[in-house]
Design a protein around this ligand. Sequence first.
Ligand code: HEC
Length: 140
Amino acid sequence: MTSRTLSMAVLAVAACTAHSVLAQERPGLLSAGDYADGTLGAAQQPARMDVQPGSVYRVGKWPTYTADLAPGKGHDAVMGNCSMCHSVTYITMQPPLPAGTWKAEVHKMIAVMGAPIQPATEEEIVAYLQEHYTPSTRKP
Ligand code: HEC
């Protein structure tokens, strides 16, 4: 052991001693080893994985496909206007939405998200979504 590592070890021992004294003086101050075995809060984490050399990981399928939307009047308007910022899969990802919700949703895309869609096209899109994607009209 060099004199430098020796003096560092002495310092470390001194620091530990000082810390124990401090912990005794200030009840409630926690340091390593003071924690109870049980969980301190509600958060539970999965057990650590036992990683072995040669372990194989698999990544789930990422939904990068573009959904096939129902054919019909308004289909092209939706494909052209609703895929500028995200995939039209956002439409089929939703549960079947009531007609009024689709109207509000399309309007939100324009008023909040900034979709450059003219009022006539907005109506056509809303009509299309209401005709194919509500609880009573959506096909599986
Ligand atoms: C100007 C960009 C833009 C356009 C164009 C656009 N959206 Fe969105 N859309 C967004 C953003 C931003 C979000 C929310 C962020 C996210 O979840 O990725 C979103 C989210 C959605 C969602 C998920 C639910 C929600 O409200 O967050 C749906 C459904 C949706 N858009 C439908 C549409 C439809 C239908 C159209 C065509 C009328 C459209 N979008 C056009 C930007 C846009």
